[in-house]
Design a protein around this ligand. Sequence first.
Ligand code: BTN
Length: 321
Amino acid sequence: MRKAEVLQLLRGGEYVSGEMLGKELGISRVAVCKIIASLKKEGFLIDAVPNRGYCLLRQELSQEQILSLLPESGWSVQVLPEVDSTNNALKRSCDAPHGTVLLTGRQTGGRGRLGRQFASPPGGVYLSALLRPNVFADQLLHLTPMAAVAVRRAIFDCCRISACIKWTNDLVCEGKKLCGILTELSTEAGSGALQSVIIGIGINCNTALAELPQEVQGMATSLQEITGKAVDPNELAAALIVRLQEMDALLLTQKEAWMREYASACITLGKRIQVIAGETRTEAFAEGIDENGGLIVRYDTGKTAAISTGEVSVRGMYGYY
Ligand code: BTN
């Protein structure tokens, strides 16, 4: 119990003296020392400097630390030091139950939408969550947009940053990409019943932007760059899991409210865009978000349509001017 309180006081990134910790918690400095020693044993990296105190150092993802920040739930959380892709790894463990979460700080074969690679250098938080909602696939068209709202809420909880959403699944800050989401569904061939859903989330947390491929460096940002300080990946991971659990609980009942939140954060709306289909790019205006998170566009011919898949370029973003 006291351990969680000490961790809470040390999470600010500043040195806190043993005396101050003792005062805050109403315990002796010797008791503080014992708690610090026990936290170190659990793997927390705590620097101790005479006359300055203690500081929680930049953290790696750790299952213990994430669990220490989470309320009790039936979900399972696993952290791997490295994996090809957390989405792939969850697909391989085909019997994994609803609420299985896999995290890593480095992917060697990260995957993005439309068959693209997703560069995943160290410093990022790469998370996949497996859900087994008891519905048909066509009842979950709003899943990816709802996940984008959940991630946006988690980033705010953790860093007080209000990210925008670039339709459909990028979180952006100051016009630069902070996070991508890849949702994959598996259905039963005969009935169309949903077997599982994997929501994969990749966030540039403390990513050194120079480690991203050159062609995306100018279009990407990280939480560390935006806040000006290192962000605890375990706090971010815990916030993501809490918000995904909230999304899971409200998946079928709160769609409208979440789509309204999606629309209010969607930077694509009110802009000139290009709808990209294969080699063809069609100029249009982004007018709204429909009830499933589809993008309502008005083509220059005057015709309107709702697009639910594919890609759009937004004028003024990612090098499209
Ligand atoms: C995109 O921007 O196109 C989507 C990127 C999704 C990346 C995440 S990282 C965790 C999970 N594992 C993957 O291989 N991809 C997703």
